[in-house]
Design a protein around this ligand. Structure first.
Ligand code: AOF
Ligand code: ZN
Length: 365
């Protein structure tokens, strides 16, 4: 079969996989297609942790199982080899008599890391790896960053005025609400972003001044786990954040802080706070976080180098004075113009090769 066909079928795996974006944590997004004589006879993807893996769903969807012996299975991530919440997909593939497996990228998590491929090869399967590898790694960048760098994938997000302010200067008459820079279309997009990440973080200053919900309301999907950074642990008492459903985690120096519906995590003063936060998130299995302000928190993440993507909205209006927006350097990945603002997505160049293919990936999605 032509490599061009391999690319076409792998692209279909990616399309299937991304349909479950935001729902699969802590599992990766995986799609699979089964091809018989150049035609797709089965498809499946992983819907959520605990549910069948993509390969299993694809196999189940094939009506005439006798065709499997003469078919190739495509999957964007190496089939698993271990007993987790599901039995190993490599065993299932072998038992169904599938003799060719095309893999997008190897699963670098400890449990698998080449063992699935090894099992298939030992059973006599022809295994092809590295088809659209960069795109497949990009799709699961949160999963790979978590397993390889032992920290969550970090997305920074803010909006700034045309003259570089993230907020106006507040006084006691300002009211406790955000100063809107972006329009409705951008807000919908931000909610889609929130639904894709496992957690969302803001500083206590932002909670006090903007009174945000930090939930997904203008998009469908699950709201991320809410995280707050607060030195003092003093949140006041009227924030909707602490009245709405769902738990929060408050990182604070004040271990005796009492905040409703919140888990208090003590941060030691003598170690870098952000390192302690990311260590906690890693240890509790949180694979991604979107940081939504304020300026101090964003600046701290930037200066520590702890970020992967920055998504910045540049508004059309000037504030003349206020709170300065953070400065950031990286590779500009995309520029999108909205009626009220321009969105720039910037990538941390430190990520190097992994992040370069984002351009290629975006051609498909
Ligand atoms: C998935 N979906 O389609 C594939 C995965 O606890 P388990 O049994 O669901 O195993 C989860 C691991 O299986 C996951 O971390 C990944 O390494 C591997 N492959 N996982 O959730 C899939 N193919
Ligand atoms: Zn599996």
């Amino acid at each position: 079969m032509l490599a061009e066909d391999d690319i076409k079928f792998m692209r279909r795996c990616l399309e299937l996989a991304i349909s479950a974006e935001g729902f699969t944590y802590p599992n990766p997004m995986v799609g699979s297609v089964i091809v018989h004589k150049g035609l797709i006879i089965g498809e499946g993807y992983h819907l959520k942790a605990g549910a069948p893996h993509a390969e299993e769903n694809a196999i189940i969807s094939v009506k005439d199982k006798a065709l499997l012996r003469d078919s190739a299975l495509y999957v964007n991530l190496e089939p698993c080899s271990h007993f987790g919440r599901r039995p190993p997909c490599s065993d299932l593939i072998i038992s169904m008599g599938i003799r060719k497996v095309v893999i997008g990228t190897i699963d670098s998590s400890d449990k698998v890391s080449g063992k699935g491929k090894g099992k298939l090869e030992s059973a006599g399967c022809e295994v092809v790896t590295g088809v659209l590898e960069d795109e497949c790694r990009y799709l699961n960048r949160r999963f790979f960053t978590f397993h390889e760098e032992k920290r969550p994938y970090i997305v920074l997000k803010w909006a700034q005025s045309a003259d570089g302010f993230i907020d106006i200067e507040r006084d006691k008459n300002s009211g406790r609400k955000p100063t809107w820079i972006i329009g409705k279309a951008e807000r919908v997009l931000v909610h889609k972003w929130r639904a894709s990440e496992q957690s969302i973080l803001a500083g206590a200053g932002t909670i006090r001044s903007d009174n945000p919900d930090l939930t997904v309301r203008d998009w469908t999907g699950e709201s991320p786990l809410r995280l707050v950074l607060s030195g003092s642990g003093d949140m006041g008492n009227s924030q909707p954040l602490f009245r709405t459903i769902g738990t929060n985690i408050v990182f604070t120096h004040n271990a005796s802080a009492h905040i409703p519906d919140s888990t208090i995590v003590k941060i030691d003063k003598d170690r870098d706070s952000l390192i302690q936060v990311t260590e906690y998130l890693y240890n509790t299995g949180i694979q991604s976080v979107i940081i939504e302000g304020g300026a101090k928190v964003l600046n701290n993440f930037i200066s520590t180098g702890l970020w992967d993507e920055a998504r910045i909205f540049y508004g059309n209006k000037n504030f003349m004075k206020g709170i300065r927006a953070p400065g950031i350097k990286g590779k500009i990945h995309s520029v999108t113009k909205f009626s009220s603002s321009t969105l720039k997505v910037i990538l941390n160049e430190r990520k190097g090769k992994d992040m370069d293919p984002i351009d290629k990936f975006n051609k498909y999605f």
